[in-house]
Design a protein around this ligand. Structure first.
Ligand code: FCB
Length: 458
């Protein structure tokens, strides 16, 4: 990797903060977004493979067939992660790559691919953080009801046990689901993500099945007495009323209930929030006796994916684009304070043993310059201020375990296709050439400095 250009920004705000010696610095990706090789070596189709084939659902009409071709280029990519100097790498396993129909036979070639990833990380001194479900459900399970069916819960538990037995003593962490809210809401209520269904009651049922499958998978993996710590990853965003009006404030409470309490309460308190149940009415999920106890099992960590806060207005009139607020290329506001607020609040309201920021980053338009570099000052500043926000949370007593940048490299950004770029490494999709952006160099220098401080402290 090239050296830091003299003009490259460091992370000055974050550098001024104190982080614990065992704090984990990492980068993150997910299988569908980077691997490509959609039908190689026995892999089955996922719901995202199928969804992308519907006209008009992906902004640039693209799909994940090739993505970053990580399936072929994994060695080079692992070297790139090593060169970033990070402690850890968060990735996901593609369920249909290792068990093509979600049921029946396992695919040894797919399992061997992740052996290479896990062993390759360890050989390079990088800790593997594994996620089981980053949305790519085997299409064969969708065909028989997907997450709307209780049978998928059983299949997921089998999948979790299989993966845990194979890798659970080599990876340091296993997360069951990534962002169950997205699977339920965007996949089954608004339908803008796979599998593209629009049914509110189904979405609520899906969220319940995801939570039950989480609890059962945690219990089953716990029984294996693995070295890996076990947890789940939620996408959370603090909700702020757009005005001080009573209506806006009430709406912000309800929206916070749908996103945050709907998942946090069952995981840590064993119940769904009544205001959201009331709001769902007839669409509330069917909960079998004992389900809430299955969900509320002890976990070792909670991962938080944080990108922005949400401004809520009762009549939906708040428009970020017209707000004058600083926005990323996703039109998400840059608001680091929201991350501190969120982490502190979670720590105060729930007995969470350890928290990680498992995703944080920004999409920005950053072309490769004439000098062959990507001068992404906006992303560098974003990382700097958000890492500092984590430092603020630590100072307020939140048990933070680590911070993971989304994302290692530009990749398939779901319904936005390849248009939105979140990577700290630029990917030229025509040539698959990887170019570390200035933000990657700044993050590397920051992490190396943290390590030097750590060593000096002993
Ligand atoms: C999160 C997803 C991740 C990525 C970022 C931008 O919701 O977990 O895969 O797409 O958003």
């Amino acid at each position: 990797m090239t050296s830091t250009p003299a003009s490259a920004p460091a992370l000055p705000t974050a550098s001024a903060m104190d982080f614990p010696a065992d704090f984990v610095w990492a980068v993150a990706t997910s299988a569908f977004q980077i691997e490509g090789a959609h039908d190689a070596d026995g892999k089955g189709p996922s719901v995202w493979d199928r969804f992308c084939r519907q006209p008009g659902v992906i902004a640039d009409g693209s799909n994940g067939d090739t993505a970053c071709d990580h399936y072929q280029r994994w060695e080079q990519d692992l070297d790139m992660i090593r060169d970033l100097g990070v402690d850890a790498y968060r990735f996901s396993v593609s369920w249909p790559r290792v068990r093509p129909s979600g049921d029946g036979d396992w695919n040894e070639a797919g399992l061997a691919f992740y052996d290479q990833i896990v062993d390759g990380l360890i050989a390079r001194g990088i800790k593997p953080y594994l996620t089981l479900n980053h949305w790519d459900l085997p299409q064969a399970l969708q065909d028989i009801g997907g997450w709307g069916s209780r049978a998928t819960v059983d299949r997921f538990v089998e999948y979790a046990i299989g993966i845990a037995k194979r890798y659970g003593d080599r990876v340091v962490s296993i997360a069951t689901h990534n962002e169950p809210w997205v699977v339920a809401q965007l996949g089954h209520e608004t339908g803008i993500f796979a599998p593209g269904l629009k049914d509110r009651a189904l979405a609520a049922q899906v969220s319940h099945h995801l939570l039950v499958s989480h609890g059962l998978a945690i219990s089953a993996m716990r029984a294996l007495k693995l070295k890996a710590s076990l947890g789940i990853v939620l996408n959370l965003a603090p909700m702020y009323p757009a005005t001080d009006s009573e209506a806006d404030r009430a709406k912000a409470v309800l929206e916070d209930g749908k996103l945050r309490r709907w998942y946090m309460d069952p995981l840590f308190k064993g119940s769904y929030p009544q205001d959201v149940i009331d709001d769902l009415g007839e669409a509330a999920p069917r909960v079998q006796p004992g389900d809430m106890d299955l969900i509320r099992v002890p976990i070792d960590f909670l991962g938080i994916n944080y990108y922005s806060r949400v401004m809520v207005s009762a009549d939906g009139s708040f428009d970020a684009k017209k707000s004058g607020l600083e926005l990323t290329d996703m039109d998400w506001e840059v608001y680091p304070q929201g991350l501190t607020d969120l982490l502190v609040r979670l720590h105060r309201e729930y007995p969470v043993p350890r928290l990680y920021v498992t995703e944080n980053g920004g999409a920005f338009k950053d072309p490769v310059g004439a000098d062959g570099r990507v001068h992404d000052e906006d992303r560098t500043r974003y990382l700097d201020t958000h890492i500092a926000a984590v430092g603020d949370a630590l100072r307020q007593g939140v048990p933070m375990g680590g911070y993971m940048v989304w994302s290692l490299m530009d990749n398939f950004e779901w319904a936005s296709g390849y248009v939105k770029r979140f990577g700290i490494v630029h990917v030229d999709y025509a040539t698959q050439r990887r170019t570390p952006k200035d933000s990657a160099l700044a993050y590397r220098d920051f992490v190396l400095r943290q390590r030097a401080l750590r060593q000096r402290r002993g």
